[in-house]
Design a protein around this ligand. Sequence first.
Ligand SMILES: Nc1ncnc2c1ncn2[C@@H]1O[C@H](COP(=O)(O)OP(=O)(O)O)[C@@H](O)[C@H]1O
Ligand SMILES: [Mg+2]
Length: 248
Amino acid sequence: MLELRNLSYEVAEESQEKEIISHVDLRVDDGRFVVITGPNGGGKSTLARLIAGIAAPSGGSILLDGEDITALSITERAKRGIGYAFQQPVRFKGIEVYDLIRIATGNRRLTIEDACAYLSEVGLCAREYIHREVNASLSGGELKRIEIATVLSRGSRLAVFDEPEAGIDLWSFQNLIRVFEHLRERNSGGSIIVISHQERILSIADEIIVLADGHIQRQGPRNEILPTLLGTAAATPDCRAAREAMGE
Ligand SMILES: Nc1ncnc2c1ncn2[C@@H]1O[C@H](COP(=O)(O)OP(=O)(O)O)[C@@H](O)[C@H]1O
Ligand SMILES: [Mg+2]
C-alpha cells in the first residue's frame, strides 16, 4: 500500500514560494489500478516524481507498506519495487535497448528472447529494436514504448506511468489498454498508477483521482468520477484525438 500524508512541494518563484503540490493525502491499496487526471499544470507529473523519488517534498511523508520512504533515493525506492515511466523519456547514449531492459530487471543474464518478449508486448518488432542504441535516432513514440517495456520488465510493486499515451498516436490505443490489463493480471499484488487524459484509460481504472492546482479535487471509484469528467475541458480534446486516431 502506498500512502501520501500531507504531501507538499514548493518552488521558489520570483522570491515567492509557489505550492505545486499542496497538502495531498492519498492511499493506494494493493492490486489497485488508479488513474490520475486533471488539467495541464495541475501537478500530476510533480506528484509522480515525488512518488518515484526524483523530487523531494517540502513537507509531508510517503509510505510504502507502512515504511516511511520519504528520505529514500530513487535507487532505494526502485529496489523496493517502485517503477516509473517519464512523461518525456530520457535518452541514454551508448546504451542498447537490451541493456536498458537488463538493468530494469536487475538480471544481467536475461536472455534476448525474454527481453524481446517485453518489446513485443508494447508493439515493437523486437528483433529490430533490441540492439538499437537509446539515442536521438529513436522517435519519441518508440522511446516511450521502450520505457513502458522496461517498467513492465521490472514487475513492479508499484508502477507509475506518466501519460503513457503521449507520442504513441500511431500505435493503437487498444494495445496500450491491453498492456495495462496484462500488467494488472500479472502483477496482482502490485498497484498501478497511470497519469492520463485518455477516456479509454480512465474507463479501465478502479479509481480516478482528479488533481488540479496541486490539490485532490475529486477521488473515488471510476463509475462515480468518470461521468463527472466526460465533456469537461480536461477530458474532451484528448478523447476527440483518440477517436480520430481510431478512425471513428
Ligand atoms: N521545479 C519547478 N520549478 C517551477 N515550477 C515548476 C517546477 N516543477 C513544476 N513546476 C510547475 O508546476 C506546475 C505543475 O506542473 P506538472 O506537475 O508538470 O503538471 P501536470 O503534469 O499536471 O501538467 C506547472 O505550472 C509547472 O510549471
Ligand atoms: Mg505532466
